[in-house]
Design a protein. Sequence first.
Length: 117
Amino acid sequence: QVQLVESGGGLVQPGGSLRVSCAASGTIFMLNDMGWYRQAPGKQRELVATITNFGHINYADSVKGRFTISRDNAKKTMYLQMNNLKPEDTAVYYCNAKIGVGNRDLWGRGTQVTVSS
């Protein structure tokens, strides 16, 4: 069974740092574009950052200069390093991947990130 599993969320104070990971498991022949999305209570899910399998990166304006997305294709794992966290970064962070020739959408179950003093 192909799945994405996020880890590394938690509670952090404003100004702190956190790294979340997304590991793909199962038989995956093509792991294409990947990305992080987040959803805060009462709000729609929004894009945080994306990375292609060639390393092209895109960030939401709200996280530019603070967050860094990366991936290790050999480990089928993607990371999001989050620095200088703000209370408005509080959300459930979801991992997304496009897999296979047809770019099928795959989502993880999410990991909670809470920024609070």
